[in-house]
Ligand binder design. Structure first.
Ligand SMILES: [Mn+2]
Length: 197
């Protein structure tokens, strides 16, 4: 069984291609034109042990908003596609990841229903690098969740450096998604009393 998703999404604002293999080895090739966002997608694939290819050509002459939003939508759709009917998966998982002084705690349910809870420390620096607006982290996660159709809770109870605060969220997200999507050898059916997810 290969669990892969491939999504192409083109609008007047962006053109995105995402390929995702849930059962990969963390081999990642990403290019969105937004350096820090590429760094975050790299973390997602590497620590999720997904093979991940992302190529986005976006309207960066406006700003990085559409590029990151639309990439996250396509990534969510590819993740949902790769999960298939979710037979045999673990379904629920959580992961905590520190990055020096910052800690992220992520809990996920591959439920079929989109819901995001997101809490970060107050007073973060507004920008990371020249083109990553730190208010976009929540919007990236919202966009991913909407298409992946998962319940996702992300909390950073403490942290100081904005780069660390955001990066530990993507690392913990990677780990939680990896564990939740893993095949449980004792789980022969779809892990829901409803019989569908
Ligand atoms: Mn970093």
């Amino acid at each position: 069984m290969t669990r892969v998703g491939r999504v192409e999404r083109t609008t007047k604002e962006t053109s995105v291609v995402v390929e995702l293999n849930l059962d990969g080895r963390g081999e990642v090739s990403v290019s969105t034109g937004v350096g820090f966002f590429d760094h975050m997608l790299d973390q997602l694939g590497r620590h999720g042990l997904f093979d991940l290819t992302v190529k986005t050509d976006g309207d960066l002459h406006i700003d990085s908003h559409h590029t990151m939003e639309d990439t996250a939508l396509a990534l969510g759709a590819a993740f949902r596609q790769a999960l298939g009917d979710k037979r045999g998966i673990v379904r629920f998982a959580d992961a905590s990841v520190p990055l020096d002084e910052s800690l992220a705690q992520v809990t996920v349910d591959l439920s079929g229903r989109p819901y995001l809870v997101h809490a970060e420390p107050e007073g973060m620096a507004p920008m990371i690098g020249a083109d990553y607006d730190t208010t976009m982290t929540r919007h990236i996660l919202e966009s991913f969740v909407a298409q992946a159709q998962i319940a996702l809770h992300v909390r950073v109870p403490y942290g100081r450096n904005a780069h660390h605060i955001v990066e530990c969220q993507f690392k913990a997200l990677a780990r939680a998604l990896r564990y939740a999507a893993e095949i449980d050898p004792r789980q022969t059916g779809i892990p829901s009393t409803k019989g569908a997810l």
